[in-house]
Design a protein around this ligand. Sequence first.
Ligand code: GLC
Length: 569
Amino acid sequence: MNRREFIKGVIALTTAAYISPTIVFGAENLRWWQEKSIYQIYPKSFLDTTGSGTGDLRGVTSKLDYIKSLGVGAIWLTPFYVSPMVDNGYDIADYTAIDPRFGTMEDFDELIAQARARDIKIIVDLVFNHTSDQHPWFLESKSSRNNPKADWYIWRDEKTNWRSIFGGSAWQWCEERQQYYLHTFAKAQPDLNWENPKVRQALFDAANFWLNKGAGGFRIDAIVYIKKPSQFVDGVVDSEDGLSSIHNIIAATPGILDYLREFKEKVFAGKDIFTVAEANGVKPDDLSAWVGSSGVFNTLFEFSHVNIMFPRGVEIWHRARLYKLSEWKKTLTDSQAATRDSWYPIYFENHDRPRSIDTFFPSGADKILVAKALATILFTLRGTPFIYQGEELGFGNAKFKSINDFDDISTRGNYNLARADGLSDKEALRFANKFSRDNARTPMQWNSSKNAGFTSGKPWLPVHEDFKRCNVEVEERDADSVLNFYRKLSALRNASDVLISGEYAELYPDNEELYIFTRTLGDKTITVAVNFTTHDVKLPAPLNGKKILGNYADEKNYLRATEAVIYES
Ligand code: GLC
């Protein structure tokens, strides 16, 4: 029995007694979600097995060996529940049923069983801030002011000037009730009233349903918005549309943790599951109340490094600002420091973000080197790396020619806001292309055949024009591909106690060209250095130890354009 196996044995014994979401570090106490990375799948765009043009659960099951080859221990599946698809499944009309577009409950059971056979857990998405306006709860709630679910949503006689996250007023008039209801996102996504204990219990029941089905845990959507302020008053107007971003008004309202503690007690406590909350607006300083031994979740996605270009976290795309590398590095360093006693989910991409290779490096940089450089950071910071489908192939942003080519509701909202603020169609389109969520939602590229092997039908969103160069089949054959670089990095991290558990320290934080940090455990140190420019940069001091991986084959005593290296000593 090697050390790892011994440690696992000890964990298995303690797990049997009681597992709290408390995180204890050091190689001695690792939990399964700390040891390997997690692969995120947007099922609609992953693989279509029926020719419908939309991906499905069987498509996911059929690619489990591919996913396993990336060294991952779990898959996060974005919503596959019954939905009118106004927001591609984040508008749920039945929390405990599979949308027929994605398959059947038997398909889900088969996915769980096949994944389990490969030691892969399935993490499902809980969207509990809102439902679809087609959910039976909402249909009942809106039918009168005195039905049994009349206060399951947030109804008011007067509206405020809040702007929903997808644009336009956050209030929608309802003829039947002669009242407005609140929607933080689209008008087809009415916000649930968490003040009502029956609402909370119904949601906790839905979560437990999926645990009973064998889910390994949850990604919890938009959780920062569930608690609303006690006073519903106008906010400060921040754009020509006369409205005020709801995010600043309701995110992380004091008192929210009371609900979340109840959530933990009724759903998570005592179970060997993984929980990661989406929490835009929770600052590194507040993390200890949210995650770890004193918190609620195992970890959470905060947005400071991905939204650095958006002041106060409000994604008004045409207001994106330039930022310095030192500021970006600081967001990562602050998050690493704030989760020193807990855990961090490392990510650069997901279904809500543009592709990272077109976001975090100067525009002239070689995209393959960039993909490998970002992957180097992804697998060497302290925390669980999250790989978003296609990221491991080096997918870039798509090119949309007209606003009508986008499917995403938030893209249209942001475009309209840009137009209201006086931008031309061309300018507004440029921002949409740079930041649209559809960039991450184009179909997965499996091979060079028609539609990249994604579907035999018409794909719901066009396949990226680059698919013949960038796809799984082509990259599997190329030892030097982005895909094979991911596999090397993943294997390196999975086998390295230093990379999994070692302390993080940033070197030269004021350097505006290089990101250099170390990971240290006992007498072993791993040093990671990445050049964020498109030219050669001198190292402030020689790197210690021996190079073990990099995105250039050979080695110099300086870093070349976009070079990333890992040294071990
Ligand atoms: C989260 C999801 C996003 C969705 C929104 C509303 O941010 O990640 O895709 O549109 O919540 O549910």
